[in-house]
Design a protein around this ligand. Structure first.
Ligand SMILES: NC(=O)C1=CN([C@@H]2O[C@H](COP(=O)(O)OP(=O)(O)OC[C@H]3O[C@@H](n4cnc5c(N)ncnc54)[C@H](OP(=O)(O)O)[C@@H]3O)[C@@H](O)[C@H]2O)C=CC1
Ligand SMILES: N[C@@H](CC=O)C(=O)O
Length: 800
């Protein structure tokens, strides 16, 4: 025999009830011996209890009752529910007069949902030619007198069920009310939370069923709640032990008490979806072959009680008093945590019992407060428990580190001694993010990196295109999901938590809104976005002042913008202090040499103790292009400058390059990497701009660039033969010289031979004394720079 159980949503009017009837009919035909246990239909139980509450508050419930009756009668108008409806009317009326109700009355009200449900399904099946028989479990399942959460009396209930099924055997399909029973006085009782599943499990046990098939509205048990974790996967097989852990920690389909009768007789439980016949669901058996972590579950209706006291150390019986007090008040403790110092104990209980727990514990420890042995009993109620069932402690560092990196510090941490289960208590506001971070880590499902790009100009725009085009390959190859959720320019932002696509430029125009940084931070918080990276592809002097806010709010930083590293040293230092405090990273490889691996190389040499004596070379890609081209071609300097701008080599304002400032910044960045605490003002800079072009606005400068031609024609004319112009940077740690200047070098020298927009860096160290370490290549351009920024993002993803 197989037991089928249908939940409320599977029995709702329309598609639900039709599909359920078809499934029962097919199973009866194909498999013969089945029994069907039913919950109340749709939201019947909730509605009935809501009306009961209204009646008790002397509010009107009549309209809701009329709607309830209409809904329940809608599918089969030939059925007469007047007995059930009259019972409800009488009960509500009585409660309304009294202004109160007992658990006994509540059970009578709630039971009508299952009765109506089973009567309806029996009738519908009969109409379909199935030999269905309505079975009222109040006649079979006998219980104790605990209304609302009655415990079945095993011997008598077992005998009743077996005898009933003996009389209605073979071709009869018993349609059984779930959830309800009766006590020895034949008064209606209910079996508490998950009662219908419990009824089904009891029947399976009493009747030695082959399998219990639980029809729900989901495909089975998932690695996490799919409503919270988009990447959650269905689990095909689970063991009873694992199911039991899940049941305890919030998997709503399961409940510990419903599993026990199945374990006793080794009866498989299959969770199926009424609405998806092609899915095999999840099967729970004594043993599974699959190893490892099974699922993450959540309890979010909990509170954390914390009892603290210096006088608790070594005192015998304190814990016993706590548990006795809670036990006497029917308060169940799901998690306990006590430090070896015994100065405090944390307990997780149901949220609705928190006030009762505090009051009873305060009473119990009244004298201890007086003697100051206990100084605080507090409750934190905005918490949730995340349980990782199947998690071995030896591998727990990965999800734990990922939580910390995402600024989620668990309030309490607990593991089981036998079996594999780790539970964490986190703030409820961090639950969504926490569960996604943990899920991504332990299931090796793609790690989602949420990126905000500030600046969508030449470099930022190219970067965004590169990300959009490479993200599928990166997902396939590295299991990393790059999700750009924000693109901002100086005025507007375009936000999409699901990430941008190819048409981001169009979407930016369509959806852009004015913004403040706080809005972007709030957006990331509101959507529980984890692994946050802020990318600065602006040239802004202002935006750098937002870096620390970003760091404090959980963002790692990547920047092409050189400003943060070249303003006053105190800011440079403060930023690093905050980065360390919040355990965040800041990568800026493109600050010097665009996509060339220069900063990393310098850092590595310096960290390894190698003394760097000198760095010199052509630091600027745009000035390199300018002088390479101007030295060999017979065109005005202003025309070459225009070309450099068009090719994306220059700074947004080319005077940053021509003034020598950009090269000086690069020199300063390298100096600071070597722990030299210089300021920009310490650098001797040769400015290539005539004075009158320095102070005017950008527009006017662009109109006046031909003013540069006369000066450079003269410089070129005065060159020695076979010489070329090069704008170089020179940093000597030995002499303390930091200077950037225009020089004339032989065209066959190393500096003289560079081409196009190449930069060249000669690094002289103790080991590289005679022959410097040389790094050379394109030192400017949107594509190489964006690729360098992309490289920094990917490097960061490994740290997240
Ligand atoms: N070109 C190259 O070879 C290299 C460039 N870099 C650096 O890359 C950076 C970007 O250069 P590039 O792309 O040419 O510059 P662009 O001028 O083309 O783009 C700058 C972008 O930043 C935006 N922006 C300005 N201020 C803010 C702000 N406060 N908040 C958000 N966005 C802002 C601008 O928006 P709006 O349009 O509204 O003003 C624009 O979208 C510069 O710092 C440069 O030094 C580094 C290495 C090499
Ligand atoms: N304008 C800069 C771009 C890179 O930083 C340069 O030319 O080097």
């Amino acid at each position: 025999m197989k037991i089928l159980k249908f939940g409320g949503k599977s029995l709702a009017n329309g598609k639900g009830i039709k599909t359920a009837i078809q499934i029962i009919k097919d199973k009866a035909q194909q498999e013969g011996n089945i029994a069907v246990v039913l919950s109340a239909r749709g939201n019947a139980t909730d509605e009935l209890l809501e009306m009961l509450e209204k009646a008790a508050r002397k509010e009107t419930y009549h309209e809701q009752l009329t709607a309830f009756k209409a809904y329940q009668s809608q599918t089969d108008r030939s059925l007469d529910f007047s007995e059930e409806f009259t019972t409800l009317e009488n009960l509500f009326q009585g409660v309304s007069l009294l202004g109160d109700y007992s658990e006994k009355i509540k059970d009578q009200v709630a039971s009508q949902g299952e009765i109506i449900s089973a009567k309806l399904v029996t009738n519908l099946l009969k109409k379909e030619g199935v030999n269905a028989h309505y079975t009222d479990t109040r006649k079979l399942i006998k219980t104790d007198d605990v209304f609302g959460n009655a415990r079945p009396l095993d011997v008598i209930s077992r005998r009743n069920v077996i005898n009933h099924f003996k009389s209605y055997n073979g071709t009869t399909v018993n349609i059984v009310t779930g959830f309800i029973g009766s006590n020895q006085n034949n008064e209606t009782t209910t079996l508490g939370r998950n009662g219908s599943n419990y009824t089904a499990a009891l029947l399976a046990n009493f009747l030695d069923a082959e399998e219990l098939q639980n029809y729900t509205h989901v495909d089975g048990i998932f690695t996490a709640n799919p409503d919270l974790v988009a990447d959650a996967r269905k689990i095909a097989e689970l063991s009873f032990n694992e199911a039991n852990e899940l049941a305890t920690f919030g998997a709503h389909i399961l409940h510990a008490k419903t599993i026990v009768p199945l374990i006793e007789k080794n009866i498989p439980l299959r969770i199926l979806n009424t609405f998806n016949s092609s899915d095999n669901g999840t099967v729970i058996t004594q043993k599974t072959n699959t190893k490892g972590i099974k699922s993450i579950s959540v309890l979010d209706t909990v509170a954390l009680i914390n009892l603290e006291g210096r006088g608790l150390l070594g005192r015998v019986g304190v814990d016993a008093r706590i548990f006795r007090t809670l036990g006497e008040n029917e308060i169940n403790v799901s998690i306990i945590s006590q430090g070896s110092s015994e100065r405090g104990i944390g307990l997780v209980i149901d949220a609705d019992k928190a006030s009762k727990a505090i009051v009873s514990l305060e009473k119990e420890f009244e004298n201890d407060f007086y003697t100051k042995d206990v100084n605080k009993i507090s409750v934190i109620d905005d918490v949730a428990v995340i349980s990782i069932v199947g998690q071995d402690l030896s591998e727990f560092h990965k999800p734990y580190n990922a939580l910390i990196k995402n600024q989620i510090v668990p309030i309490l941490f607990n593991n089981t001694v036998s079996g594999k289960n780790v539970s964490l208590v986190v703030k409820k506001s961090q639950l969504h993010k926490a569960i996604n971070v943990i899920h991504g880590q332990i299931f090796g499902i793609s790690k989602k990196i949420n990126i905000a790009v500030f600046g969508k100009g030449l470099v930022g725009g190219t970067l965004l295109d590169q990300i959009v085009h490479s993200k599928t390959a990166i997902l396939d190859k590295n299991n990393i999901k790059l999700n750009v959720f924000a693109i901002a320019d100086s005025q507007h932002v375009y936000l999409d938590k699901n990430g941008i696509a190819d048409d981001w430029k169009f979407e930016f125009q369509q959806q852009k809104t004015a913004y403040t940084l706080q809005q972007i931070i709030d957006y990331a918080k509101a959507h529980h976005l984890e692994n946050l990276i802020a990318v600065d592809t602006t040239a802004s002097k202002d935006f750098i002042h937002d870096y620390i806010s970003l760091v404090k709010n959980g963002f790692d930083l990547v920047s092409a913008n050189k400003i943060a590293n070249t303003v006053e040293y105190s800011f440079y230092q403060e930023l690093r202090t905050q980065l360390q405090k919040y355990q965040k990273n800041y990568l800026y490889e493109t600050n010097v040499g665009a996509g060339l691996p220069l900063i990393d190389t310098i850092k590595l040499l310096h960290k390894s103790g190698e003394k760097i004596k000198k760095i010199r070379g052509v630091f600027s890609g745009s000035l390199s292009y300018l002088f390479n081209t101007y030295s060999v071609e017979d065109i005005p300097f202003s025309m070459v400058l225009k070309q450099a701008e068009e090719k994306g080599f220059t700074e947004p304002d080319a005077r940053e390059d021509l003034s020598g400032n950009d090269v000086a910044r690069k020199l300063l960045i390298l100096a600071r990497e070597l722990d030299l605490k210089h300021e920009l003002s310490d650098i001797t800079i040769q400015n290539l701009l005539p004075a009158h072009l320095q102070a005017i606005n950008l527009q006017l400068f662009k109109k006046s660039i031909t003013d540069l031609d006369q000066t450079y024609t003269l410089i070129k004319a005065n060159q020695k033969e076979h010489h070329v112009l090069r704008y170089v940077g020179d940093l000597s740690t030995e002499t303390g010289i930091l200077e950037v200047k225009l020089i004339s070098v032989p065209s066959n020298s190393a500096l003289g031979q560079i081409k196009g927009s190449d930069s060249i860096f000669e690094i002289y160290t103790e080991a590289y004394a005679a022959q410097p370490l040389v790094i050379q290549g394109a030192g400017a351009g949107a594509a190489v720079t964006a690729r360098g920024v992309f490289g920094d993002i990917l490097r960061l993803t490994e740290k997240l």
